[in-house]
Design a protein around this ligand. Structure first.
Ligand SMILES: Nc1ncnc2c1ncn2[C@@H]1O[C@H](COP(=O)(O)OP(=O)(O)O)[C@@H](O)[C@H]1O
Ligand SMILES: [Mg+2]
Length: 247
């Protein structure tokens, strides 16, 4: 069962100009819960993630993290970004820093850790995601799957309360997808609260507590993976599933 609410969106609306990209979004994610978000391209999945991390502002509604409204700016905002780790499709590592430096930097700058302590924690996390032997290399010297695992470790280094993943395996060669999904599965088993935008339906079935289906800026379905995959209630979801499962 899910714990207390950790991420709450209430009646959230966002526009890009005339385009109503998030429409009356209500979503609650409990502590330790894993919510997979799926839906057609352009349905607002990335905007939803970015709004939760306040990379995008919203025009109306409330977004709470652990009961607190999102801070608007300054130090509080930097801390919020650390509390909600985000992993994107593109790995977003600092190209001119080593893997170890990539992990330690934010710990020192945002969390105020001593460099030695940060480095020690960085090495533990690199071990956990299976790339300990890559610590002194630069991102470009790693495979895509390794880089994405480093990006996950870097987010974890900030000790986030929740992790958001926006299509973390979409840019990867097929043989590397599983090594990243396995790290995410382990994270889920360890009790991390996660929102995962993905087209990996195997992951959704095996790791998600709930599947949220979005279309045209709205949440159309929000239910257990088993219910969603066997009895999608909306025409939109049935149509979407038939396209991705039988192509
Ligand atoms: N910065 C932006 N400016 C204007 N329109 C945007 C911007 N970002 C996204 N959009 C539009 O908002 C809609 C939702 O986009 P997005 O959240 O990226 O969808 P998804 O991740 O589901 O593919 C799309 O129509 C997209 O073109
Ligand atoms: Mg997207």
């Amino acid at each position: 069962m899910a714990g207390d609410p950790l991420i709450e969106l209430r009646d959230v609306n966002k526009y890009f100009g005339d385009l109503h990209v998030l429409q009356d979004i209500d979503l609650t994610v409990g502590k330790g819960e894993v919510v997979v978000v799926i839906g057609p391209s352009g349905s607002g999945k990335s905007t939803l993630c970015r709004a939760i991390n306040r990379l995008e502002t919203v025009q109306s509604g409330t977004i709470l993290l652990d009961g607190q409204p999102l801070p608007a700016e300054g130090k509080e905002l930097a801390r919020l970004r650390a509390e909600v780790g985000m992993v994107f499709q593109s790995f977003n590592l600092f190209a001119h820093k080593t893997v170890l430096q990539n992990l330690s930097l934010g710990q020192v700058k945002v969390r105020g850790r001593k460099k030695d302590d940060a480095d020690r924690r960085s090495r533990e996390l690199l071990e956990r995601v299976g790339v300990a032997d890559q610590a002194d290399k630069y991102p470009a010297q790693l495979s895509g799957g390794q880089q994405q695992r480093v990006a996950i470790a870097r987010a974890l280094a900030m000790e986030p309360k929740a992790m958001l993943f926006d299509e973390p395996t979409s840019a990867l060669d097929p043989e590397m997808i599983n090594e990243v999904l396995e790290v995410m599965r382990q994270l889920a088993r360890d009790g991390m609260t996660m929102i995962v935008v993905t087209h990996e339906m195997g992951f959704a079935r095996s790791a998600a507590n709930r599947v949220v289906f979005m279309a045209d800026g709205r949440i159309v379905e929000d239910r257990s993976p088993d219910e969603f995959f066997t009895h999608p209630s909306s025409e939109r979801a049935r149509d979407f599933l038939s396209k991705i499962l039988h192509h």
